[in-house]
Write a protein that binds this ligand. Structure first.
Ligand code: GUN
Length: 285
């Protein structure tokens, strides 16, 4: 029997309605949530992502600004811009889209964002807080994956979870969130030997490798929840995930489509983090 779809569009719609309602309350108190998105360079996929982020802000009534800089922007100029946004009371969240051009060190930039405005959750203070079990901002993609699991009331406690991919943006924080929910977690990386041995053992399989269709149906445990973080463009222009949907759907119990699974959830959780940053700012001023 084909797997049930984990529909990120439907869940996002429900959550964004709640976010808009809470945002309206904050706005009425003079605290309209505000997000600044910075993009450096011409990466086509990144351009689409940042446009979608800003549009999502507008749709829920948030204030948003999109700042675009050329590929050869200097690091000091970017740091100066972040310092200004850190001090801007109309901005509660600052997001610098990754990747950055090679002359700019991503860690220096991410550490320059005030932790209370770090709605990506990438600042070392926020990454550390997540690690110790008291997260302030959960990174948006893993947070969205947890919401998808929550939406089907999946019993994470005691489940075997396998995360394929160990990036700072997805794999590592994903593993932390699953661990904190009581899963037994394995993190696989590009050097993992006999990957299928691990993936076949997973009740929850999260895939974030950037390699189109690398996880096939024969690598999945019958009935598993499969969450595909990948979004890849094939030579024919079509989008596909890191999971081979056409073979995986006959084995998995639940599976996210690409597009329409994790992608919209990432943006929804960015809105949630921006809302929470605005709400928290009232408590600290
Ligand atoms: N590049 C790919 N994913 C992300 C993300 O979640 N945040 C930022 N800032 N850059 C990204």
């Amino acid at each position: 029997m084909p797997a049930q779809l984990l529909d990120g569009i439907a869940l996002s719609k429900k959550l964004r309605a709640e976010i808009a309602a809470r945002g309206a309350i904050a706005t009425a108190k003079g605290l309209r949530p505000g997000l600044a998105v910075i993009i450096v360079g011409e990466n086509q996929a990144s351009q689409v992502y940042v446009r979608n982020k800003v549009k999502a802000c507008e749709d829920v009534g948030f204030h948003s600004v999109l700042e675009r800089y050329s590929e050869n922007l200097g690091e000091e100029e970017l740091l100066a811009r972040i310092a200004t946004l850190n001090a801007d009371p109309a901005i509660h969240g600052i997001l610098v889209q990754l990747p950055l051009p090679q002359q700019i060190l991503p860690n220096r930039v991410l550490e320059a964002i005030a932790p209370e405005k770090d709605v990506d959750g990438f600042h070392v203070a926020n990454a550390g807080a997540l690690m110790t079990g008291a997260p302030e901002f959960k990174p948006c993609t893993p947070y969205g994956c947890m919401k998808l699991l929550e939406s089907i009331e999946y019993p994470i406690r005691g489940a075997r979870a396998v995360v394929v991919g160990a990036s700072n943006i997805v794999g590592k924080p994903m593993a932390m969130l699953l661990l904190q929910s009581g899963a037994t977690v394995t993190i696989c990386n590009s050097k993992t030997r006999d990957l299928a041995h691990h993936t076949k053992d997973a009740d929850i399989l999260i895939v974030a490798t950037g390699k189109p269709k690398m996880i096939t149906g024969d690598m999945i445990k019958t009935g598993a929840v499969v969450i595909d973080v990948g979004i890849n463009r094939l030579p024919d222009g079509k989008l596909c995930g890191d999971v081979d949907f056409d073979t995986a759907k006959y084995v998995a119990g639940w599976i996210t489509p690409v597009p329409g699974g994790v992608g919209p959830m990432t943006i929804t959780m960015l809105l949630m983090n921006t809302l929470e940053a605005a709400e928290k700012s009232a408590k600290t001023t």
